[in-house]
Design a protein around this ligand. Sequence first.
Ligand code: NAD
Length: 428
Amino acid sequence: MDNTAKIPSYLSRDRLGPWETYLVQIDRVEPHLDRDLLPWVETLTRPKRALIVDVPIRLDNGEIAHFEGYRVQHNLSRGPGKGGIRFHPEVTLSEVMALSAWMTIKNAVVNVPYGGAKGGIRVDPKKLSREELERLTRRYASEINILIGPEKDIPAPDINTNEQVMAWFMDTYSVNQGKTTTGVVTGKPVALGGSLGRHDATGRGVFVATVEAARRLGISIDGARVAVQGFGNVGEAAARLFADAGARVVAIQDETGSIRNGHGLDVRQVRQHRQEAGTLAGAPAAEVIGNDDFWAVDADILVAAALENQITEKNAPRIKARIVVEGANGPTTPAADLILQERGVLVIPDVLANAGGVTVSYFEWVQDISAYFWSEEEINARLDKIMGDAFAAVWNAAQAKGLLLRTAAFVLACERVLMARKLRGLYP
Ligand code: NAD
């Protein structure tokens, strides 16, 4: 479809970047949407607001440096904006726009009452000292202060931002407001209004979504063989939960290499070895294999929890798993997606599979606003319920309309957003 008319003048048409990918996704979903909602569909192709800010800071050597910062609110029809803040030298407006739109979709898939937003600074944080990073965070927080707030837009961590960055962010906002406002960001330290259960939340959501899929395909988790790419926050937690449920984690890959044990690796021992040795190789009872061979390992379930564009035309034909779970954002290229579809592999899409993180962020916000904190058991039970309900809704929509889970998740989310938009009506 020709998207020229939908491209805003502030993006470079010959270098559209991730925003173009998102526009193509909306084009593909449009024919499956409820016809009554079609008059509103263009809403999805235009971010509601995009703020570009200059972030000047004084460096440790006394010089002044300027960085480009963004905050984009893609859609606020269903509630305040929600989405992370990324510090990376290649952040662009197009990327932040696309990420904010994908947050609109993800929040609607799990039906948490948020719109979609995202922010970023074009900076290599590894080149800054801790003090410079703090000044950068605080100045950025004040520059986007006009858009954010617990009832307006609630940032969270993303690439290269963490609990400490969120703590500085919350402090800056609070100082400017003249009152402690913990609910302005999520992903904070537990000592500062963060939530129990947040650390494992995304991995737990990955696990729950897979359990739901396996049950429908008649695969038992007890004894299932699981391969996991990425052994960080998402991959390690997912691997641990699979092992605790009786599955055999037969292969793990991270940036340092790949290991295998057909009888099942001991995930906690692998984690300890990885922490101490800095590499997967040498973990107890683990055979080192080539990174290419990881993809062809005999497994029933493959969890992709590392980076984008990992499952490609090259390795997709060799994957033996019956279920591929996208713990990472965008791990499967569109060409690989087609190959997996033709081979009958079920792909649980990122906007569903990794939504456990934003779901517990939602719980953090609710706890901060009500100033009443839940136990980890309550948080896990509520997370399991939301993930289970979201999976069922996507699965049923896919069955009813004969769609892939990815398309069904987008259709469900877009219809939720557009229904809210339609009911609110157009002002004036
Ligand atoms: P992380 O930094 O904790 O872990 C990333 C893992 O990927 C590490 O084990 C690293 O070694 C591995 N890795 C990096 N490059 C690799 C390569 N070339 N080959 C194989 N492995 C490689 O990050 P994370 O928080 O676990 O996030 C992983 C993915 O999940 C990202 O796409 C992220 O956007 C997505 N995600 C994370 C969350 C969350 O709550 N953390 C929520 C939603 C989505």
